[in-house]
Design a binder for this molecule. Structure first.
Ligand code: HAM
Length: 417
């Protein structure tokens, strides 16, 4: 049979995997609810400027990875490459500008035109949170602690949290000049990407993964020393709070994150199953301008990649638990038996029992095979004789033993099993 694969970088998720997805999602809902976060579902596409303005024109995502198209009226739309910008757009309808704190989480598909690889998809799924309207180091620490709790709730241990500070917006030019002065004389020995970054976004040189650049990056000056005192104290306080909460972390001065909206605290989480170059989650504090507003709104949040979390769970041998099999499989031979089975199935399902059955005219052997495949511990078998005698055979699928049960007691008998 011909099979048609979905487009590169996308995937079909069948029930046996969907269970693990549901597990992740419910762990997220439960953990985030304890911190007062409520769900926000935003559209999967937005006006393109939501991302251009939100993430910054210079970011790789905006420049190279967005799926952008025109709607019928000629307006440019983009499939969301991340969640934060759309969440902020949605929150512009609330009183977040008037100092009301908003705590929201979201789950869903995001789209980036990246080269597909293990754990890198073009349609991937993020589980994210945004705390909007407030700015305090303790909030950043709470957010990181919640991320650590969420990761533990999905069964992951041994993850590693890197944190850094990007300083305030006002700290950037001085620090960028310092980095520029350092990298400029070395730039001829660095990769093409870094050469382009030197003038456009010198920070991104710090997280270049190329071997020949790493050595040069290692000697970069301590730009945090050039930040204002308030920014340095802010970061100290984040660290003190993380220490107090017992959240494990390390400071990584080369962690700058790929999106332009970050200020102060940034963080990223890796896990040994995917190696140190692949983040399972990333986030930080940011400032974003809502449409028509002169002041930016502060926020802090993160997003975790669902596919990557599932890969880590798989590497650790963790699967969603639970009994997903039917409780009973109904085998019917002859039109009357099938109709009687359909009626019984509806009654049982109304009573909360998970039922599978064959409704097409198929052989006894084929139906027993299906009963076995269903994993149901019991099967009900009815043919013309049983219908005539107003009874059914209930078969224990494990030991093969059989009981004949009168029709009017069948439903109760099965429910009690
Ligand atoms: P990000 O680091 O671009 O941050 O993405 C967050 C997470 O999404 C990554 O750590 C990774 O697990 C997953 N991810 C990203 N791209 C892909 C891909 N192509 N395939 C599979 N997984 C992927 C953000 O998106 C920010 N909005 C996070 C944030 C929220 N910052 C503050 N609030």
């Amino acid at each position: 049979m011909a099979t048609f694969a979905p487009p590169p970088g996308t995937a079909d998720i069948f029930e046996n995997e969907a269970r693990d997805w549901r597990f992740l999602e419910s762990a997220a809902r439960e953990t985030f609810a304890r911190y007062g976060y409520g769900e926000l579902r935003t559209p999967i596409f937005e006006y393109t400027e939501v991302f251009q303005k939100g993430l910054g024109d210079e970011t790789e995502v905006v420049q190279k990875e967005m799926y952008t198209f025109l709607d019928r009226g000629g307006r440019s739309l983009t499939l969301r490459p991340e969640g934060t910008a759309g969440v902020m757009r949605a929150l512009s309808s609330t009183d977040v500008m008037n100092g009301v704190e908003q705590r929201v989480f979201y789950l869903g598909p995001m789209f980036r035109g990246e080269r597909p690889a293990a754990g890198r998809r073009r349609q991937f799924h993020q589980i994210g949170v945004e705390n909007v309207g407030r700015c305090a180091p303790l909030l950043d620490a709470e957010c990181i602690a919640m991320l650590a709790n969420f990761l533990r709730a999905v069964g992951l241990d041994g993850f590693s949290i890197a944190v850094n500070t990007r300083g305030a917006v006002a700290d950037r030019p001085g620090a960028a000049a310092l980095l520029h002065d350092y990298f400029a004389p070395h730039i001829s020995g660095m990769c093409d990407d870094c050469r382009a970054r030197l003038e456009r976004n010198v920070w991104r040189i710090l997280d270049c993964k190329q071997e020949k650049c790493r050595g040069i990056v290692a000697g970069a000056p301590d730009y945090v020393g050039s930040f204002g005192e308030a920014s340095r104290l802010y970061f100290d306080e984040v660290r003190r709070a993380l220490d107090r909460l017992g959240v494990p972390y390390h400071v990584d001065r080369n962690l700058v994150r790929g999106l332009d909206y970050y200020v102060h605290t940034v963080f990223e989480v890796t896990h040994p199953a995917l190696g140190s170059q692949t983040a399972i989650s990333g986030g930080g504090r940011y400032e974003l301008y809502l449409p028509g507003e002169k002041r930016p709104v502060p926020g802090v949040g993160f997003a975790a990649g669902a596919e990557r979390l599932l890969l880590c769970r798989e590497a650790a041998g963790i699967r969603a638990e639970g009994d997903f099999n039917a409780k009973v499989y109904l085998v019917g031979l002859g039109a009357d038996a099938r109709l009687a089975n359909l009626e019984l199935a509806e009654k049982l399902r109304t009573a909360g029992v998970k039922v599978e059955l064959e409704l097409e005219d198929r052989s006894f052997k084929a139906q027993l095979r299906s009963a076995n495949r269903s994993g149901a511990p019991i099967a009900v078998v009815r043919g013309e004789t049983e219908i005539a005698n107003r009874c059914a055979i209930v078969k224990n699928m494990k030991d093969g033993s059989q009981t004949t049960v009168p029709e009017d007691q069948l439903e109760n008998f099965i429910v009690r099993q």
